[in-house]
Design a protein around this ligand. Structure first.
Ligand code: 13P
Length: 289
């Protein structure tokens, strides 16, 4: 059943949990995430990141309509989201395909420009009944700035989200949720993540809309528990799911004399499915298993 991200975030607030938002880079990740969500009976967000098109992994034109169709056919509530859109054209394209939420990422723009473009994204999304995420502060790791892929893996506290600026931004733009920087990194962690739990709490009290945690894979269960308790309601998750699929495929291929691609793909799907099931168990937070 296709729903908006806003609806799912309301459920997350009511149940004091977070919704997993998984980046889809092909039919393998799509099947793994939906199978995991169906088996755990948890709502889920399927998201497509503009950077994956820029990296030529897969284009929105190919996978976007399939994501919407599969979301519609699912027995659990599923939102379909455009992640880290840095230009309004791709956001409109996603909305035209039936995506139910979009993220405009103006975090690398001057503050005034971020507000102006985010407002345009909000008014565009309103025409489709879709919800909008934006970003204040800057995430370390791999990012897309003005269609250029950049990498800066150093976590710098000056890039963390300032609660007063975030509050002003939400008031001026009317976004439905906000990506905040508090110590996570996009991509592989090369050192143990050190999250600012108190900042999450301060942001939650200041901004009045759900907090989105980017760079969400690769974090310990204890970290997830605390940040969800403190107000994180959407966790963006990709790298460690993809790594689990890649590692399973490598082990399968190196153990077999004759290797067929469909077997490699199915091995990867199974590994990613169990990685996502575990993430969904943790994000459901205080729920008993
Ligand atoms: P990871 O790939 O680090 O899990 O982050 C995903 C993300 O934040 C997508 O927006």
């Amino acid at each position: 059943m296709l729903v908006t991200t806003k609806e799912l975030l309301c459920v997350a607030n009511a149940e004091n949990k977070a919704i997993g938002a998984f980046n889809i880079t092909g039919l393998e990740t799509l099947q793994a995430v939906l199978q995991a969500a169906e088996s755990r009976k948890e709502p889920v967000i399927l998201q497509f990141a503009q950077v994956h098109e820029e990296e030529q992994i897969i284009s929105l034109n190919i996978i976007g309509p399939i994501m919407v169709m599969m979301a519609d056919q699912a027995t659990i509530p599923v939102a379909v989201h455009l992640d880290h859109g840095v230009d309004l054209h791709i956001l409109k394209k996603a909305l035209d395909m039936g995506f139910t939420s979009i993220m405009f990422d103006g975090s690398s723009l001057p503050y005034g420009e971020n507000i102006a473009y985010t407002r345009m994204a909000v008014s565009m999304a309103q025409e489709y009944g879709a919800s909008v995420e934006a970003e204040i502060g800057q995430m370390a790791g791999i990012t897309l700035n003005d269609r250029k892929i950049t990498e800066n893996r150093k976590v710098d506290r000056r890039m963390f989200t300032d609660p007063l600026i975030a509050q002003d931004f939400v008031e001026k733009t009317g976004v439905d949720c906000l990506a905040c920087a508090f110590g996570t990194v996009h991509g592989l962690y090369t050192t143990k993540p050190c999250l600012d739990y108190d900042l999450v709490k301060e942001l939650d009290a200041a901004i009045g809309v759900p907090i989105v945690m980017h760079g969400g894979s690769g974090v310990s269960e204890a970290d997830y528990d605390i940040v969800i308790e403190n107000g994180v309601r959407k966790v963006n998750y990709y790298t460690y799911m993809a790594k689990s699929g890649g590692e399973a495929a490598r082990a399968y291929a190196s153990a077999s004399d004759i290797v067929y691609f469909h077997d490699i793909a199915n091995t990867a799907i199974a590994a990613m499915r169990s990685n996502v099931e575990e993430a969904l168990r943790i994000f459901a937070h205080h729920r008993e298993d």
